[in-house]
Ligand binder design. Structure first.
Ligand SMILES: [Fe+2]
Length: 402
């Protein structure tokens, strides 16, 4: 986790310098436990190799900030646009997402040199900026983007190691780099949230993504939210009650997914004799019963809520309840489809592709996870994933009607 630099004492430019260095260094620090062989693996299309994350976040700064704004800037390698462009049609042709794991070249050393080259020029550029420069906002976007990839880097690494039969250990002790075992007090308390008309969306001048804008009123009926996340102990009761086999609990698509992939437990859970164990960043460990259940899909979260006779919150309910109930270290599936807010406007050009074009067939998640950088999330933050995906730190909070 990173310290939060003090905006007030440093002033905007020094604050940005400080923040830029810390965030960029944190990405490479996350890779410190890796061996060269670990940097290239792509076990499934959703998981990108660590080397690609290192290059892509650097390309983002180079392509969107340095190339158009830093006079005389020379590309580190003009062929990198093809391999490190992720999904920006406006930025030209690119390697297929599924082929990122084929990139034995460039060497890791070359990608680290690329990072140094771009960082050096970014620092030069920041030094020349006026306080009212629009580039300050663009650089902040680059940093927020880097933080999103830091979280992906951790979850992708976990998937790479957690699907290697040797189950490599990323960190010796929980908390050396990432704390996975945040414990919730096992409680079934509920917080009542008053009904009424609430303003939804990001307010104020601080950074937000375009998908949080378009502030609008939403009527919310009084409801109650569980004060704590669902624990492994509770999820185990669902498993032992044959929850995965009871089609009455499942959405049709969800039950098809369970049958097709023979799903019997959250991602990374394995049977060891009579007991369940799970892969963690510290290796295979017994399930911590009082920790929040993690690595579940939307389908599992919804089926679990059905089993309890309750439901998942809408993204609007969860934004409102965040004033009373903090997130406890897991992204929480909501039952809201990821759609544009009324008044949503995407930016012109390539950066308009950042969020808007993904607003179909995905569900919104609220909160933050143990892998989310400090200060990166907020109540209006809208994370989104396809309903079957579960390699992120995704958990369950229940809601009930009053
Ligand atoms: Fe990206």
């Amino acid at each position: 986790m990173q310290e939060k630099p003090d905006y007030q004492t440093l002033g905007p430019i020094d604050y940005l310098f400080n923040r830029f260095r810390k965030i960029r260094n944190y990405t490479t620090k996350l890779c410190a436990p890796l061996a060269p062989e670990d940097f290239v693996v792509q076990p499934i299309v959703d998981v990108s190799p660590p080397k690609w994350h290192l290059g892509h976040t650097t390309w983002f700064f180079e392509n969107f900030i340095l190339v158009p704004n830093h006079k005389g800037y020379k590309l580190f390698n003009k062929r990198y646009n093809y391999i490190f462009n992720s999904y920006y049609e406006n930025a030209g042709d690119r390697i297929l997402r599924s082929n990122r794991g084929n990139l034995s070249r460039p060497l890791l050393k070359d990608v680290l040199d690329y990072r140094k080259h771009v960082d050096q020029h970014l620092v030069e550029l920041i030094g020349k900026l006026d306080l009212d420069s629009p580039l300050l906002g663009l650089i902040e976007l680059g940093l927020q983007h880097e933080q999103q990839h830091q979280e992906l880097l951790i979850t992708d690494l976990k998937y790479i190691f957690g699907n290697n039969p040797l189950f490599p250990v990323y960190q010796e002790n929980d908390g050396d780099i990432i704390s996975e075992f945040s414990r919730e007090t096992c409680s079934t308390n509920y917080e009542k949230i008053d009904g009424g008309i609430y303003q939804i969306g990001h307010q104020g001048n601080s950074f937000c993504y375009d998908n949080e804008l378009g502030i609008h009123d939403v009527y919310i009926k009084e409801f109650s939210s569980r004060a704590t996340l669902i624990t492994n102990r509770e999820f185990l009761e669902f498993i032992n009650d044959k929850g995965y086999e009871n089609h009455n609990l499942w959405l049709s698509e969800g039950f098809e997914w369970v049958k097709k992939h023979n799903i019997t437990a959250p991602e990374y859970w394995f049977r060891k004799g009579e007991n369940w164990v799970n892969y963690t960043l510290t290796g295979i460990k017994p399930i911590v019963l009082d920790a929040p259940v993690c690595h579940v899909s939307y389908y599992e979260a919804d089926a679990f809520a059905q089993w309890k006779g309750e439901r998942l919150a809408t993204e609007f309910e969860r934004e409102v309840s965040s004033k009373k109930i903090d997130s406890a270290g897991r992204w929480e599936w909501t039952n809201s489809a990821y759609l544009p807010y009324p008044g949503f406007k995407k930016a012109d050009g390539a950066l308009g592709e950042y969020n808007g074009k993904f607003m179909v067939n995905q569900m919104v998640l609220k909160g933050a996870s143990t892998a989310t950088s400090i200060g990166h999330s907020r109540p209006s933050y809208r994370n989104f994933f396809h309903p079957q995906l579960r390699w992120q730190y995704t958990g369950i909070r229940l809601t009930k009607n009053n």
